[in-house]
Design a protein around this ligand. Structure first.
Ligand SMILES: Nc1nc2c(ncn2[C@@H]2O[C@H](COP(=O)(O)OP(=O)(O)O)[C@@H](O)[C@H]2O)c(=O)[nH]1
Ligand SMILES: [Mg+2]
Length: 441
């Protein structure tokens, strides 16, 4: 942290002292983690309470972490998995705005559970803005809070002044609110100051209002104030006990985002890597290696900390449309072209995964081949899946049925992963798969 001289740091220092005194009398904040899900069958391990987990403890396999380059389509895919139609998460150009990880699980009555950051997070931010050369990430966070986007042009002086006003609990200057969002930054700061660190919002009929809250907390101005977020969604797919974790993504020039994804992967037993037509990206591959996930993938089902990987290939609709345009053939439907493109894409990704895994297990061809076979690679058409269910006459789906999008197939596969079974192929819904693999070598 930089130089703390100047008026702002004195203010920050006083506030820090006040926070310490307040914290001394505090008994702790309630845990945002809810009790285990209602409909988890015996085959799916319930997730242990957060308090029971240590940094080294692994998540159970029913917690599937979505990993991949920022903007590759993770949130879009997560939405398609949990909803036939418009899902609960912001998608589409929202990008990685914060280093936030969003957990999505089943809830009969949709909810949003949020844990806010302690106030000294904002005090630290004030200290960083006071330094001579403030960190870019700090400036972006402040811009996000006060201008609604980390990429705005608000001056440093303006940000410092807004933050002082906010910490002093005065209303922000008029005209700074984004017209798109529910304005809640001062309210959240006041609540946190009063020790109300968590919030639980239910969907009570007004879906639009609920979506606005989800947006504000996951991508909007409130998101820099959030440390943990969980969305409960009434999805039959999640009803079997699966949790999906939307990590911030790789390939972003911001260490905090990458670190948040690394933390998730370090403890994940199940990961769904999302790639596009160019396949495995360097940043995601590096993250899987550095976090130890790849090594656990290679360890095989007989090892106690065995990891599981599925790879979804997104954005294949563009090459399909290119193919349709360049080779017009009335006897072939769009889906036929997709089948051709998807086989080629699977081959490319499998080859990349083979060399990645091969590099980690030289001289162990059987381990490499077993690991490769267990990793399902599946092209998906998440946007087409949404189009099928939204039935907008101006924007019709190019696939003729849900199975063509491969979303139902991916759901089936993730169910298999979540039960801890070693998938060797996709099974019809409801048919539980038992591991037949005798080991990794
Ligand atoms: N054409 C096409 N666009 C997609 C696909 N998946 C996602 N997108 C778009 O890519 C952008 C980024 O998606 P998003 O899910 O927010 O990416 P994330 O940052 O990985 O969560 C959005 O504009 C999506 O509409 C896909 O399969 N095909
Ligand atoms: Mg996203």
């Amino acid at each position: 942290m930089g130089n703390r001289d100047g008026g702002g740091s004195g203010f920050a220092g006083r506030l820090r002292g006040w926070l310490k005194r307040m914290a001394a009398g505090k008994t702790g904040v309630p845990d945002v983690t809810p009790p285990p899900g209602p409909a988890a069958p015996a085959a799916v391990c319930p997730r242990p309470p957060r308090s029971a987990r240590t940094a080294a403890a692994l998540e159970p396999p029913n917690v599937v972490v979505l990993l991949g380059r920022a903007g590759v389509g993770k949130s879009t895919l997560l939405n398609a998995l949990v909803e036939d139609g418009l899902g609960p998460l912001p998608q589409g150009g929202v990008g990685p705005l914060t280093a936030l990880t969003i957990r999505v699980r089943f809830a009969e009555r949709p909810h949003l559970r949020v844990r806010y950051r302690p106030l000294n997070h904002l005090v630290d931010l004030a200290g960083q803005l006071d330094s001579e050369n403030p960190d870019t990430a700090a400036v972006q966070t402040a811009r996000h809070l006060f201008a609604g986007s980390p990429y705005g042009s608000t001056t440093l002086a303006g940000l410092r002044s807004e933050l002082s006003l906010l910490l002093a609990s005065r209303e922000p200057r008029s005209g700074t609110e984004s017209p798109l969002e529910v304005d809640g930054v001062p309210e959240v700061v006041r609540a946190v100051r009063a020790g109300r660190m968590t919030r639980h919002i239910h969907l009570d009929g007004n879906r639009a209002a609920f979506q606005r809250e989800v947006w504000a907390h996951t991508a909007g101005r409130i998101s820099p104030l959030v440390s943990e977020i969980e969305v409960g969604w009434n999805s039959p797919f999640l009803g079997e006990g699966l949790w999906l974790v939307d990590a911030p993504g790789t390939g972003v020039a911001n260490d905090r985002y990458v670190e948040a994804s690394r933390v998730q992967l370090r403890t994940a037993r199940s990961a769904l890597l999302v790639v596009d037509r160019s396949g495995l990206d360097d940043a995601s591959a590096a993250l899987m290696r550095e976090s130890g996930f790849m090594q656990r993938l290679l360890a095989g089902p007989l090892s106690g900390d065995h990891a599981r990987l599925a790879i979804a290939i997104s954005n294949l609709d563009q090459p399909v449309s290119d193919l349709v345009r360049s080779q017009p053939d009335p006897s072939r439907r769009w889906s036929d072209h997709f089948r051709e493109i998807q086989s080629a894409a699977i081959r490319v990704v499998r080859g990349q995964l083979a060399s990645e895994i091969g590099g980690l297990a030289p001289g162990k061809p059987e381990t490499v081949s077993t690991t490769l076979q267990a990793a399902k690679i599946i092209p998906v058409l998440a946007l087409e899946h949404q189009r099928l269910h939204e039935t907008d006459p101006d924007d019709p789906a190019r696939v003729s049925g849900p199975e063509d999008s491969n979303i139902p197939a991916l759901r089936r596969h993730l169910r298999i992963m979540a039960t801890g079974g070693e998938a060797t192929g996709l099974r019809p819904p409801g048919q539980h798969h038992r591991s037949t693999s005798a080991g990794s070598e």
